[in-house]
Design a binder for this molecule. Structure first.
Ligand code: ATP
Length: 427
């Protein structure tokens, strides 16, 4: 390992033995020692991972369910042994892997803080010094002397995250556990991770939230079927990843799976329902609950080139939203994952009114359809532009697919109306 490395993985692989039936497990237990015959199937959850994490860098790990992310983090954290390969670590490592991992359920929160100190090799005196800060950050002062078995999952995460981040780790490993906290705490955790990053802590973060990778990470790694598919800049890796999700979803999408405007709603609103293929993230303070698309073809997902199109979003506040830089936006994204048209209320200088929880607004974007014929995903979001980097209340990658048709050739990606003139010159 060079001086700047805190984690070094060389050819790390992890195999699990899988049994199709219980009897095979028993046979392995009782017969294999004598017959040498294998009854299990080997499944490689990770294969040949080479990676080095530098001091102070934030690495985001993405990949679909079952791609090996948790397995990799457990190996990095030292709670799981790799089948092959070599791992080196430098410095104090804290990890938030599974909910409640490392806590003794019968012990109180206070006792678990000190128990964690023991596990991390931190003296009782040092833990005593850090105790107040840990409890204050967790926000569960009132429950600190209750056994943690009585904690809600959110309280578990609060305490575990506080411990993991208040002990000056050189390496912090976080596995999506943050999703369990409420929006306020998730934001607090994000800020905490930014602070640690500035202080030089290396962070490895598994998340399904592409936006988190883009805003928090220095590098991103995409795992696919246990192998490293891509390692590089967050923007590059997440874009490729989104495109893959998008194409996979396109292949699956049958006409019936594309939500069509509801016939029962004469105003054309389509209510957004949870679908397995819907890629949606955000802190949940506001949600897009319905959308509608209108053009000369009516409330339909097929649009004529050149038509005037209106796309409306109905946004409902789920928490009180003071009047500030809130806004909504849409992108029309082609099948290569490129945003061809984007529009936001913030960029148009329009501010949302202050909203109380439960109140809704309708936002309409009206534009000339200059898109070349083809299929497009409609991406929609509610954003908060208070800070330089937007935060998203709700972000939906692929709410609906729109088809653009044209009876005149469009040879470019977009074709705006071009005033054209021929002037004959006098000889
Ligand atoms: N103890 C185990 N025995 C057998 N297979 C396992 C075991 N743990 C994990 N696996 C398998 O290894 C693969 C990788 O799992 P892992 O939990 O690392 O994926 P992941 O990317 O973290 O998924 P998710 O996003 O759903 O959390 C999966 O196919 C999983 O079924």
């Amino acid at each position: 390992m060079n001086a700047d490395e805190v984690l070094h993985l060389e050819n790390i692989s992890k195999a699990y033995r899988l049994y199709n039936r219980q009897i095979e497990r028993l046979k392995t237990l009782f017969l294999t020692p004598f017959t040498g015959k294998e009854y299990a199937r080997t499944f490689w959850a990770l294969r040949g991972i080479n990676l080095s994490v530098q001091r102070g860098e934030v690495l985001g790990v993405i990949g679909v369910n079952g791609s090996g992310k948790s397995t990799l983090l457990q190996i990095m954290a030292g709670t799981l042994a790799p089948t092959t390969g070599r791992l080196e670590r430098r410095g104090r490592l804290t990890a938030l892997l599974e909910l409640g991992a490392g806590f003794h359920p019968e012990f109180t929160g206070r006792e678990n803080v000190y128990l964690s100190g023991v596990t991390l090799g931190i003296s009782e005196q040092e833990m005593r010094r850090r105790f107040d800060e840990i409890v204050a950050f967790s926000g569960i002062e009132d429950f600190i002397d209750q056994p943690v078995k009585l904690y809600s999952s959110g309280m578990y995460v609060r305490l575990a995250f506080s411990i993991a981040t208040c002990v000056d780790p050189e390496i912090l490993i976080v596995d999506e556990a943050l999703a369990v906290g409420d929006a306020g705490f998730v934001m607090k955790c994000m800020n905490r991770m930014r602070d640690l990053h500035e202080q030089g802590t290396a962070i490895v973060l598994v998340t399904h939230d592409v936006q988190t990778v883009r805003t928090l990470c220095d590098r991103a790694m995409w795992l696919s079927h246990g192998e490293m598919r891509m390692l590089g800049s967050p923007m590059e890796v997440t874009s490729q990843y989104i495109q893959m999700l998008f194409e996979a979803q396109q292949q699956q999408a049958s006409p019936a799976s594309v939500p069509a405007p509801s016939e029962s709603d004469p105003q054309g609103w389509v209510v957004l329902k949870a679908r397995p293929d819907l890629v949606r993230w955000g802190n949940g303070r506001a949600r897009i609950e319905a959308y509608r698309v209108h053009s000369s073809t009516g409330f339909a997902s097929t649009l004529e080139y050149g038509d005037t199109v209106e796309i409306s979003l109905r946004v409902r506040a789920l928490a009180d939203l003071p009047q500030q830089a809130y806004g909504a936006g849409i992108n029309l994204r082609n099948l290569k994952g490129l945003d061809i048209i984007t529009a936001t209320t913030c960029d148009e200088g329009l501010a949302f009114p202050a909203l109380r929880a439960g109140q809704a607004v309708e936002v309409t974007f009206r534009f000339q359809n200059i898109l070349a014929p083809g299929d497009y995903a409609l991406v929609m979001n509610v954003e908060d532009r208070q800070d330089a980097v937007p935060a998203y209340e709700d972000y939906i990658e692929n709410a609906v697919f729109l088809k653009v048709v044209s009876n005149k050739p469009v040879l470019s990606v977009v074709l705006p109306h071009v005033e054209t003139r021929i002037d004959e010159l006098a000889r």
